[in-house]
Write a protein that binds this ligand. Structure first.
Ligand SMILES: [Zn+2]
Length: 498
């Protein structure tokens, strides 16, 4: 099918970052075929003609870090530190989601992203208590049906809780200590079998829209053997390798306590794991040596400023990473750490939060830089073999149409700044992925959204609270977090330096 957008204002985000006042964009099948400046004559029109007068066409947004399995938990918790917050993500033992529940929860997040103009997601999906082929299939089928472009990994630790955190072994009383020392529900062989399933069944599916990634969750949450096996899988199939690194100060203290004073970045480098395939997630408590190692490796860093504020993790050293040449992408993180799954809000905060890091305003992000992270950083992290992230011939037709006759753009002073600082997703009128219109005229194509919402409510009513009840652990985790917070690690990433 040929789709023609006429009379559009276009932000190409190509190598020249051109802005066109009036252009015709022709999409053939899944790919942008031509861009003609000005109007076209009738014989060039296609099967589907969309008058985009008064609208902006731009590449779709990329949510470069996400965890779909907690999509149904939005608003479930007040702000808490990561290590305490994670206690609530684990439902009671044996409470694995049935495939339909996994499908519905995945689709909830997909709908929210499609409606606000996100066209691709990097989903670091975790499974409680452990992944299964049926639950993996449910997640992937939801993405297949939604039309989103999704790159999905299985985020599962394979070491006991006690080994992942500093101080806990001495803080926890029995019998909690013994429970925290128990082996996790699935070992490395079981997890690698699940990766076999994910890759053989889904990698490259849906005309290439669905792809696999690997994930170790975080280096301290897995054994060296398992992280090496994941790296080998990543290399063999050219898959992104998701890895949470130095999200919290406590993780910096972990290196001092358990890695002979090495940072987790140094530890990854010593294992030979840093590469351009790796996506370092968060990277807040990095020092200058860590930044140099990351830059040298070509790895990407995923910046999730709303999640970082929601969990009190601190402020990532944005300018130091950019100056070192590290590609940065933006993500929401999970739906309880950025409860609206809205990349416009992430972009706005990314544009503002780094004013806290230094008085020299020449170091603060510009709107152009934020948009670059939002689109091109995400493309870099995805490692897609298909060109993405520009309104340019030969690129996948992953694009959005933004209504400029809204309050966000009235009057237009600077398009890029208003995209970053004024837009909240409310002006998105059309979302297209691989040439297929997923959202237009206020509706998501092919999905009965009201029925899906009703089903999600029924599931929540049937299963009760979807999060765990970790009251017995809370005083000990609080002691651990505050003890780590009191340590001087030579870095300041929070206003209280803690
Ligand atoms: Zn995450």
């Amino acid at each position: 099918m040929r789709t023609v957008f006429r009379n559009a204002r276009v932000l190409t985000m190509d190598a020249d970052d051109t802005e066109l006042d009036r252009a015709t964009v022709i999409v053939e099948g899944a790919v942008i075929a031509r861009i003609i400046v000005g109007e076209v004559v009738d014989e060039q029109l296609g099967d589907r003609v969309i008058d985009a007068a008064g609208h902006l066409l731009m590449p779709g947004l990329i949510n470069a870090h996400f965890h779909s399995p907690v999509n149904a938990m939005k608003g479930a918790l007040d702000c808490l530190p990561l290590e305490v917050f994670m206690l609530f993500e684990t439902p009671a033992e044996g409470n694995a989601a049935d495939p339909r529940t996994a499908y519905v929860r995945t689709m909830l997040g997909a709908l929210e992203m499609i409606r606000n103009g996100t066209t691709a997601v990097l989903d670091d999906a975790f499974f409680v208590p452990a992944p299964s082929p049926a639950e993996i299939d449910a997640v992937m089928q939801a993405y297949a049906d939604s039309g989103l472009r999704a790159t999905v990994a299985l985020d599962q630790p394979n070491v006991p809780e006690l080994d992942k955190l500093p101080f806990l072994a001495s803080i926890l009383p029995e019998p909690l200590r013994a429970r925290a020392a128990a082996a996790p529900p699935m070992d490395a062989a079981g997890l690698l079998a699940c990766y076999d399933h994910l890759i053989s069944r889904w990698h490259g599916a849906a005309e290439g829209r669905l792809r696999a990634a690997v994930s170790c969750s975080a280096p301290q949450r897995v054994t060296p053997d398992y992280i090496r096996a994941l790296d080998a899988l990543s290399r063999a199939h050219n898959l992104p390798f998701y890895c949470h690194v130095l999200e919290t100060k406590l993780q910096r203290v972990f290196g001092e306590e358990h890695l002979g004073g090495r940072s987790l970045v140094r530890y990854l480098a010593d294992l030979g794991m840093l590469s351009e395939r790796m996506q370092i997630i968060h990277g807040i408590w990095l020092d200058d040596a860590d930044i140099a190692l990351i830059a040298e490796s070509g790895a990407t860093v995923a910046h999730n400023p709303i999640s970082n504020l929601r969990l009190g993790s601190g402020v990532m050293p944005f300018r130091k990473l950019r100056d070192a040449g590290v590609p940065l992408c933006l993500g929401t993180d999970e739906a309880i750490a950025d409860d609206s799954i809205n990349m416009w809000a992430v972009a706005k905060l990314a544009g503002m939060i780094h004013t806290l890091s230094g008085a020299d305003y020449a170091t603060w992000p510009t709107a152009r830089e934020v948009l670059d992270c939002l689109v091109h950083g995400g493309v870099r992290a995805m490692r897609s073999p298909q060109p993405l992230g520009a309104i340019a011939p030969g690129h996948q037709a992953d694009l959005i149409m933004v209504d400029l006759d809204t309050l966000a753009f009235t009057p237009i002073n600077d398009l890029r700044r208003q995209l970053v600082y004024c837009e909240n997703g409310g002006s998105v009128r059309l979302t297209m992925v691989a040439g297929r219109i997923l959202f237009a005229n206020g509706r998501v194509a092919g999905i009965d959204e009201a029925a899906l919402r009703a089903e999600a409510r029924a599931i929540a009513a049937r299963t009760g609270s979807m999060h765990g009840t970790p009251e017995e652990w809370l005083p000990y985790y609080r002691e651990m977090v505050l003890k780590a917070s009191a340590r001087d690690v030579g870095l300041a990433r929070r206003l209280d330096h803690g």
